[in-house]
Write a protein that binds this ligand. Sequence first.
Ligand code: V47
Length: 372
Amino acid sequence: MDPRFQDPRLKPVLEKVRSQVRLHRDDGLLLYRTPDLLALGWMANRVREQRHASVTYFNINRHLNPTNVCVASCRLCAFGQKPRGPRAYTMSLEQVWEAARQGWNEQVTEFHIVGGLHPELDLDWYCRLLRGLKERFPQVHLKALTLVEIAWLARRARIGVEEALQRLAAAGVDSLPGGGAEVFSERVRRLICDHKITGEEWLDAARQAHRLGLHSNCTMLYGHLETLEDRVDHLLRLRALQDETGGFLAFIPLAFHARNTRLPHLAPTTGIDDLRNIAAARLLLDNIPHIKAYWVSLTPKIAQVAQHFGADDLDGTVVEEKIHHEAGASGRRALARAELLRLIREAGREPVERDTLYRPVQRPVAELTVRL
Ligand code: V47
């Protein structure tokens, strides 16, 4: 046993990690229960370095939220508004295209597009939106619409999820973001997002997307009403689907933010829990290549430390985040490339700018010296 390990129960897990043997449910529970956070981090970091050496990825992206109108009223969400609510907004197509144009003087490679379950915007509207973006920004990857939104658009169009995915892909969707997975436990979903598709439906929609050749990300929302068993089961269900399809690029643990939600009494997650989730994900999700420490959700400081607890990606410039900030995420809504570079370099890691599919992006030197 390594002398750095304080918890003897971790010994069999360490043996498995050393010999690259898959961890089981009980191992996963131990990762969540052990007080020995440093041992957990050490193991996750070892796996991270075997896969990615010292590289930490980031991208230059921009979030677009065409509407916050949502017919679901999930208790977890502070972003969605009732159609006639005082803070409801819906952008016109031109407004979304214009919003895409605004921003910093940096070369965006990805638009991350999500909204709500709007009672009137239909699949054709979204297809026009995407086509218009592709015409105006042909070089930008469109990572658009959660599987929850796609299932809603399919239902409204009275078609299957597969056909909706095909139409969206034909209109320009290049890949899918990982949102809406929350936790798959039906008990918890009834409490926090009972209007959403079930966990099984989310997984099935991801399966269909992957079969059509679309990559996607996956997430887990933690720090609300879920148990540790729910977390482990969630991760294992993602792992099982990944065994089947290989379509997930990155996993992103999302820390729950309670302000302005209908669960306002819940305490924020702690830094220990945030780091534990990153490490547990790295160790359990042995078949998902990238573990993202999303700085908006975790804070830039925790995201920086997470690079030594299993994370190999910080997400991107984001410009400009709404969903977590509505729920009380404090701090920045965007970071400049130079700030991401600093967060990565000061952690002793090597920054690599990537596109959405994790291909390195080469920049001419002149572009890199643009002052913000
Ligand atoms: O789907 C909603 C979560 C997600 C709250 O795929 C909340 O690269 C915390 O999925 N507190 C949206 N979280 C964000 C998301 C995402 C972010 C960055 C990168 C990627 C990617 C995906 O945020 C929602 C939901 O799961 N969320 N409300 C809240 N109050």
